[in-house]
Design a protein. Sequence first.
Lengths: 267, 276, 288
Amino acid sequence: MLTDITIGQFFPGTSLLHRMDARVKVILLFFLIIAIFVFDTPGDYALMCALTLGLGLASHVPLGTLMKSIKPLWWILGFTFLIHLCTVPGETITTVWIFTLTKEGFMRGFFLCLRLVLLILLSSLLTFTTSPLALTDALEALMRPLRVIGVPAHELAMMMTIALRFIPTLIEETDKIMKAQQSRGVDFETGSILKRISSMVPILVPLFISAFRRADELAMAMEARCYRGGDGRTQMKVLRVTRVDYAGILFIAVFFALQAALKIVGI
Amino acid sequence: MAFIEINDLSHEYKGAEGQSTLALSHVNLTIDEGEFVAVLGTNGSGKSTLAKHLNAILLPSDGSVTVDGMDTRDASHLWDIRQSVGMVFQNPDNQIIAAVVEDDVAFGPENLGVPSAEIRKRVDDSLALVDMSKFAQFAPHLLSGGQKQRIAIAGALAMHTRCLVLDEPTAMLDPVGRQEVLSTVKRLHDEEKITVVYITHFMEEAAAADRVVVMEKGKVLMNDDPHNVFSHVEEMKRCGLDVPLPAEISWKLKKQGFTLPDNIITDEELVASLCQ
Amino acid sequence: MSIELKNVTYTYMPKTAFERTALAGVNLTLAEGKLTAIAGHTGSGKSTLVQHLNGLLHPTSGVVTVDGIDISKKTKEAIDARHSVGMVFQYPEHQLFEETVEKDVAFGPKNMGLADDEIKKRVKDALDFVKIDYETYKGRSPFQMSGGQMRRVAIAGVLAMKPKYLVLDEPTAGLDPRGRDDLMARIVSLKREKKMTIIIVSHNMDDIARIADEVVFMHDGNVLLDAPPKEAFFSDDAIAAAGLLPPHTVSLLKMMKDSGLDVDTDAFTVDEAVRRIAKAMKRREKSC
């Protein structure tokens, strides 16, 4: 079902994570992602999992919903795992047909998948607890220093805002056009790959035309509301670093210190 | 001087292969502060083109448009004109910019560089004026068509607009949504003294206006009180339009020899004249 | 023969937080040769209902049969039955995609696997019927036509499949008064001349009252009422419960009656209303 996608969805709420400044959240997420890829012992992973679980609970987003965000990526995870299981040389567990499954392969595949899962979960936590607008504002603010080297920070942020706004509209529209063409005898389910690809033309052409028409009308509506780029623009919701943010930064810092300490002790 | 003055306005669209179409031809029209003017016309009569001239989205090929004394061709007044004349378009989905209602309403004042605290106040006030306060945190795609159009109206009000130009705001709505939008506009006109230019295909909606302008083939065909305009039943039908039901009934009754007062356009007027 | 819905329920996104029942046990017969109008406010389930008629949606429970054939099956018979129901969505001009008008109208017949000369004949007939001149427009791009013309081309694309049943969702939305009247007249002649069975979804009560043989009111996923217009539009309770308004002619005549004019209120066209009023006025003059 096209309307069954949870990635990028926002769950309004008042949890600690919701109340944090979006810029702080983006930066902390950035550090955590680096951490995921730098740390490599089972102890590190255990700590990372505990942290992710803790943050998940603190966000008040139902854990089931959070886990659902992994769903669209199941097959990538499965594929990654299998590739490693079969191709990494080492101590043989068993042999299936021409594939040799190894212990090392199992471990490496498992941890790589775990990394990906943690990555998705932490990023989802950011989008679940941050309104799309706050998120784009944050990205704009963080990219602003890059303007000196010619990065159009405001324009990129505006593009993201509009993209987010139109995703549900375009999903609805795709569904409608598909049904209309199905009613005219298009068959999406059977036939060769080539035939199935060519059956997408009657969907994609109207969809593109509609997207262009919408873009044109939207541009006019924006002009009518005095839009003239980022200069001289103010914002209703000003991002502000508060006590919750300092607490968050401190918490993550302590977490890293703990991890470093464990490393030094040698666990 | 009238709030909006349109002098001998012509507009030509240039086609791809050098051919051009004249969408407006020598239009003269004035709109006074505080008026409620309805504009009628079939598809292709030039009424949407006219609307886009009222806040300088289009500029005259010939002639001029002035808003509160400012000529739309004068680029130095562009933002003042767009701030004083707010637009609401036909497709409610294609004019909402943000993914949250209140953020969308804030879009106009943000562009104008209004201070943050003042924007907050304007957004709250504007949402209250269109009776949408409790939807402030909603995602627009969860709203009905009528609600989306009210958000678009609030977006204009938040810029402290003095005149609303609505280009077929009810064409894509169901009867409930149409009623919501029309009564909101009517209330803003009556209570907040907002000047309204209301383009529509629905004759009953036009009957609520102070004045009706009928467009045909880029020209102003009629420009009068709705009672007078809708008494020209045959002429309205000839140019592909219609008249409100009570107007048509009374016209047909009169043709059959019944004596009825002139200029009946509302249910109440017809009932009163028949049942005295 | 007819389309029949037996105890049809439909649930969107079952077993999730967004679960919503759109149809709650609908029983309905859409009789052959009739023009049935389905009315209801947004969210009443009318759009979900019509998407069941050609198998775009399959019931969560219950059965939809077209001419006695259960269309949820995968048999050739069931597929043919689904194809006998043509569907014109709201704003159908938004599905046009071919380079020329001729190709676009031919798209449906081609998918049916018809022979080329048969396709050409059908395209010509369908365009004739919606009053688009075949010779003038066949080679033109549909995207260079006016909105009203594009809509007629899109409708021709469905007509060219020669459906036995035709479903139209808000066919006149966004058209100007003349466009509305012209299109409605074409739809009525589909029934009269082509003997098509028509199902029309609309919230325009004035249009429905004038052309429908049967009227169905939907509310909250249920059929509130299924009756001929003369009965349906005088069922004040059902109209109010469905969140609809009676046709303007009816409410106007009722208002006169309440104000003391002894007038019959069963009029759906302007001329009928004028006749009723004239009759009542003459009666009053005599009694004075």
